[in-house]
Design a protein around this ligand. Structure first.
Ligand SMILES: NC(=O)c1ccc[n+]([C@@H]2O[C@H](COP(=O)([O-])OP(=O)(O)OC[C@H]3O[C@@H](n4cnc5c(N)ncnc54)[C@H](OP(=O)(O)O)[C@@H]3O)[C@@H](O)[C@H]2O)c1
Length: 378
């Protein structure tokens, strides 16, 4: 297990600042913008808009199910006791049978454990799925975290390991996981460009980066997707990233789309997270949980109104925001994967989005990252 926090803050813009900015926090307005501003490389084959999504979405040249699946917590050290790898192999194969075709992993999850599970699970169905993975770190001989590293030679070496663990001849979507402050983005994008020319990588992604880094990367090697935290609780991408995605034709892949379980009906104000990654996340501190239950209750009212679950409302809301958003809810359970994937059939009209937003805006949120951490070391 590494000591790297996947929840390292990238930003700390408070919700009040988002509201104060007057940009993009009107969900109805955001949906309206999404309807008119569809990046060419992010177009999919949807047959409906407004959250009722029966087709596919695009990440550059890749066509994917509108909701993917995160494989991070299949490795130990995240939100649950270490699951049995063979159980996870079965979960992933069954998730594919449901229609999920986009799977997200990273070298650092384990490290290497999540990629190995995904590799074993997806090998027999390799040509039917899209696999995203991420580089950006060094590890010592015991597998311990040894710092950020995106030197070109290191990226190329990391990809050789990924290809072996994922049992494949190409990485569909290779992300820079976190910016390496010691390596210029041009060098990183250049190395990924080389890997694309060699056929080892199909598309380039960046994760948790600032708009400037996205633009620097895209200028050299076209970026297919940005992956950042985004959920009903964490709205920074609405002001910091969506307009850049629209201008550049880059898709957006939200991680933490059900806020690590907080938007589902599985947690409440009495939940505690000893030995769990969430113990270090301010949204889950005991006092913050009490405050944040207001938003959870809002989700519950909407879920009851539509006869669906809270997780489904959270994901349907997200799909309705923009046609180029492809969330990757993480789960170790097939019934959660099924529930999450069904969210593509939950519709959210633009007037419903506006009403949801109005109700949401009246509620407090506790645990937003400190302002001083905004785009820290990205
Ligand atoms: N780029 C990055 O820096 C970054 C950072 C973190 C994560 N990620 C990626 O994004 C993926 C998703 O993010 P995440 O896992 O941090 O957060 P998440 O998807 O918001 O939440 C995952 C948590 O929610 C629970 N959950 C999921 N669906 C549920 C449902 N329908 N009902 C009840 N509980 C449910 C899961 O538990 P169960 O296992 O019990 O379902 C797990 O504890 C990860 O798997 C990873 O691939 C990327």
């Amino acid at each position: 297990m590494t000591n790297l926090s996947e929840d390292t803050p990238i930003n700390g813009i408070h919700r009040r600042d988002l509201l104060g900015s007057g940009i993009a926090l009107s969900v109805g307005a955001a949906a309206a913008l999404g309807a008119t501003a569809l990046p060419a490389r992010a177009q999919g084959s949807e047959t409906a808009t407004g959250g009722n999504v029966s087709g596919t979405r695009r990440l550059g040249s890749l066509e994917v199910s509108p909701i993917g699946m995160g494989c991070m917590s299949m490795a130990p050290g995240f939100y649950n006791p270490a699951p049995e790898p063979q159980d996870m192999v079965r979960v992933l194969r069954n998730a594919h049978e449901l229609g999920i075709t986009f799977f997200d992993t990273a070298e650092v999850y384990g490290p290497f454990i999540s990629e190995r599970i995904a590799g074993e699970a997806l090998e027999p169905i390799r040509d039917e799925v899209v696999i995203g993975t991420k580089f950006g770190f060094s590890f010592n001989e015991n597998g311990g975290y040894a710092g950020r590293n995106s030197q070109p030679a290191h990226i190329k070496q990391a990809v050789e390991g990924m290809l072996e663990r994922l049992r494949t001849d190409r990485i569909d979507l290779l992300y820079l996981h976190r910016m390496d402050p010691n390596t210029p983005i041009e060098d990183i994008a250049g190395a990924v460009g080389d890997l694309i020319r060699e056929g080892k990588v199909l598309e380039f992604g960046v994760s948790e980066v600032s708009p400037e880094i996205l633009r620097g990367a895209h200028a050299l090697t076209p970026v297919a997707a940005v992956q950042s935290e985004y959920s009903v609780f964490e709205r920074l991408p609405e002001v910091a990233m969506f307009e850049n995605c629209e201008e550049l034709g880059v898709s957006f892949v939200p991680w933490g789309p059900v806020m690590r379980g907080l938007t589902t009906d599985h947690l409440n104000e009495y939940s505690r997270f000893d030995g769990d990654r969430r113990a270090t996340v301010p949204f889950f501190a005991p006092d913050a949980l009490v405050t944040n239950m207001e938003v959870v209750r809002l989700l519950r009212r909407w879920a009851d109104g539509k006869g669906v679950t809270q997780a489904q409302i959270s994901l349907a809301w997200m799909l309705a925001q923009k046609p180029y958003i492809v969330p990757i809810p993480g789960t170790t359970k097939l019934h959660h994967a099924r529930e999450n994937f069904e969210a593509r059939n939950v519709s959210f009209t633009s007037s419903e989005l506006a009403r949801f937003n109005e109700e949401f805006d009246a509620l407090p949120i506790a645990g937003n990252r400190p302002e001083s951490a905004a785009f820290e070391s990205q």
